[in-house]
Design a protein around this ligand. Structure first.
Ligand code: GLA
Ligand code: ZN
Length: 680
């Protein structure tokens, strides 16, 4: 792996910079550069929302101001991540061309204004974007200071205009070929929902007869898939426009945390570099450990999309202004949170934003340079500290990889389908939460994990964990069977192998598509439990609580390891293992709790010899991560526990900040430390 940004192959430290808001204040622009240098900032993301300045009137482009800024920054050692401006369309454009404005779920076309609200299908908008991107690329792609394209900003949302609906129908025609095939896969004979013409198909929306609870589940699922594909197509068009001028400059798009409306795995081949915006809401309480687990998982998702380092494109030095409460980070937390991103594979720490906007909706959002205009602030000092740390790590860590033995399946299409299905637990099916519960047990031990979806390759892992794999698609069942046959260890759970990719139930017994043989079980039915109810799994003389969903299964060749402790299915199998080929497949029949996952994964990762950051678990609330490059190992420790912690280290460790050998890492509350580990 070389650098994500070949023109400037270093860890990036910088962020969104909006000088277009300050063009009448050259004194401020000059001051900004001096302050950036003081904070060890080496890159800025420019012109993200500058369309109105770049094209003040239709077809009239004004780029001289931008060139001056790019050049000036470059001469000061600051590189540019240059944005395409499609995230916010100028008012003149949306007034003149109403079709570029989105139609919302209530069927109304929005008024002008705002951002992130353009139609992805509109040929007019696509043409306007292509034109400005081309002009920008022709002028700047070859500038030595321009290292990366930042396509638009946080692509998000949906449009239900007639252009989008028509594109959806075309997408369906391509997928199904005929209405007959579509009706069959969508099971439309149910409640007389048969479609007789393509024009009868509409996106699910509250004004439809059933509102968002569209009874034709295949339609809901396909609409979401279409939206993802349409956005991917829009991104591709943006990419092609800038690459036409110079294909060597990579492109990225800044993704979001837990973004439910798109399947980000479909973007992986469109982007050269994955980047994302992480805004954990740290509270300075015990809850911070949960927050750290969530963000660890999302950093891992972002790295896993392309299985290469990613960029932390936005984060906040102090506090956001959009959460219910703008809580300042406790001392140290900025370092711990920033290093968490790097520890999980980020080659940058970038911020929103460098200079705080004087007016409008983000005037109170944290920034590197506050309204006071000098460097004597907490947030500036915190940023400077991170900048210093990144410089120390740059040569060793930039481009290093995370190479786990464990893959955890977290599939967005499965998630949409699980959550849309009526039953077996409409008051909370908790797919994402269950994925996180499995993840947390591995995080606790410092075992690195890749996150995969059903289209990813799983060969080469020792352990694949696939919780609640309700919907099977893209030949994934065959991949899993192959994986186990060839010696892999697979964990499956209740609610697996229930439907095909269009949400039609598998006939002939669950789990379907051959997974019944792999797990050696037949899943007959699922008992949904009310909140507060529970059962337990009896295993190795211990009783582990389970809740919410309990599958009633029958061993069909599998060995029963654990049984239910209560209710009419007391004594029935609750945990099984099946030898299949040269591997093993475990089936966990009920939703377990943290203690089960902890014991289970401890035993399993030890038995399989799964790679971990340190030989022993770090203390509670401290995470231990591992990056590798050229045979070297870099261990990152972040302390989210809120108290000082000592972490014993194996032989041969060096503190990368001081260059000194170290045998115990002493971490203050919210401290972070990077260690080079030469042995073991
Ligand atoms: C998002 C956007 C930024 C800014 C921040 C504020 O991440 O991309 O433009 O609005 O939120 O947190
Ligand atoms: Zn539209």
């Amino acid at each position: 792996m070389t650098s994500l940004t070949p023109k400037f192959p270093h860890l990036l430290h910088g962020g969104d910079y909006n000088p277009d808001q300050w063009l009448d204040r050259p004194d401020i622009l000059e001051q900004d550069i001096a302050l950036m240098k003081e904070a060890h900032i080496n890159c800025v993301s420019l012109a993200i929302f500058a369309w109105a300045k770049l094209e003040p009137q239709e077809g009239v482009y004004q780029l001289d101001w931008l060139e001056e800024i790019i050049q000036n920054l470059y001469e000061n050692g600051i590189y540019t991540v240059l944005a395409t401006p499609s995230g916010a369309k100028p008012r003149w454009m949306s007034e003149k061309y109403p079709e570029i404005r989105r139609v919302n779920a209530a069927g109304q076309r929005e008024l002008s204004g705002g951002r992130h609200n353009h139609c992805y299908t509109s040929p007019v908008y696509r043409e306007k974007v292509r034109a400005i991107n081309t002009v920008l690329a022709q002028r700047f792609a070859k500038h030595p200071g321009v290292i990366l394209w930042h396509l638009s900003n946080e692509y998000g949302g949906e449009c239900r205009c007639e252009l989008c609906q028509a594109a959806f129908r075309e997408w369906l025609k391509k997928k199904y070929g005929s209405l007959e095939a579509l009706n069959k896969q969508w099971w439309t004979d149910f409640w007389s929902q048969t479609f007789n013409s393509w024009e009868e198909i509409h996106a699910p929306a509250p004004r439809n007869a059933w509102g968002n609870a569209e009874p034709v589940h295949g339609l809901s699922l396909d609409w979401k898939r279409f939206v993802t594909d349409q956005v991917a197509d829009f991104i591709r068009a943006e990419r092609d426009a800038v690459k036409a001028a110079d294909p060597s400059v990579p492109v990225t798009a800044n993704l979001m945390e837990d973004y439910y409306f798109y399947n980000y795995f479909k973007f992986k081949d469109v982007l050269d570099v994955v980047s994302w915006d992480a805004y954990p809401q740290w509270k300075g309480t015990e809850e911070d450990v949960d927050t750290a687990v969530s963000f660890a998982l999302w950093h891992d998702v972002m790295r896993s999309l392309k299985k290469q380092p990613f960029l932390l494109m936005e984060s906040v030095p102090s506090a956001t202004n959009w959460a219910p409460v703008s809580r300042l980070k406790r001392p140290g937390m900025h370092l711990a949170a920033s290093m968490q991103a790097v520890a999980h594979g980020s080659d940058s720490v970038q911020y929103f934003q460098l200079r705080k906007s004087r007016g409008a909706s983000e005037k109170f959002h944290g920034a590197v340079i506050d309204h006071c205009g000098h460097s004597d602030t907490r947030e500036f000092r915190d940023v400077e500290q991170v900048g210093r740390r990144l410089r120390q790590l740059d040569e060793a860590v930039c481009g290093s990889e995370v190479k786990p033995d464990v893959a955890l399946v977290f599939d967005m299409e499965n998630r949409w389908a699980v959550e849309n299905a009526a039953g077996p637990r409409n008051c909370g099916i908790h797919y994402a939460e269950d994925v996180r519960a499995h993840y947390r047990a591995l995080w606790r031990m410092g075992v690195p994990v890749d996150i995969v979806d059903e289209e990813c390759e799983i060969k080469g892992y020792k352990l694949v964990i696939a919780p609640m794999l309700y919907l099977l698609r893209a030949g994934f069942a065959q991949k899993l069977a192959e994986f186990v046959k060839e010696g892999g260890t697979l964990i499956g759970t209740y609610h697996t192998g229930i439907v095909n990719e269009n949400d039609l139930c598998h006939l002939g017994g669950w789990p379907g598509e051959g997974l019944g043989e792999v797990f050696g079980v037949w899943h007959e039915a699922t008992d949904g439990l009310y909140d507060g109810e529970g059962n337990c799994i009896l295993l190795d003389g211990k009783s582990y609580p389970v809740s919410e969903l309990c599958a009633l299964i029958h061993a069909r060749g599998a060995q029963v390891l654990g049984t239910y402790g209560q209710d009419f299915y007391q004594g029935e199998p609750a945990l099984t293992v099946n030898a299949y080929g040269t591997g093993k497949a475990y089936y966990l029949a009920a939703r377990a709790g943290a203690d089960f996952y902890r014991d289970f994964y401890r035993g399993l990762t030890e038995e399989l010899g799964c790679k971990r950051a340190l030989p022993a678990d770090p203390p509670e609330g401290v995470e231990a991560c591992l990056r590798e490059k050229d045979g070297e190992k870099y261990v990152f420790l972040q302390n989210f526990s809120g108290e000082a912690q000592s972490v014993p280290l194996p032989e041969g460790c060096v503190d990368m900040a001081s260059g000194q050998p170290i045998s115990v890492a002493e971490l203050a509350a919210y401290d972070g430390m990077a260690i080079q580990r030469s042995e073991g």
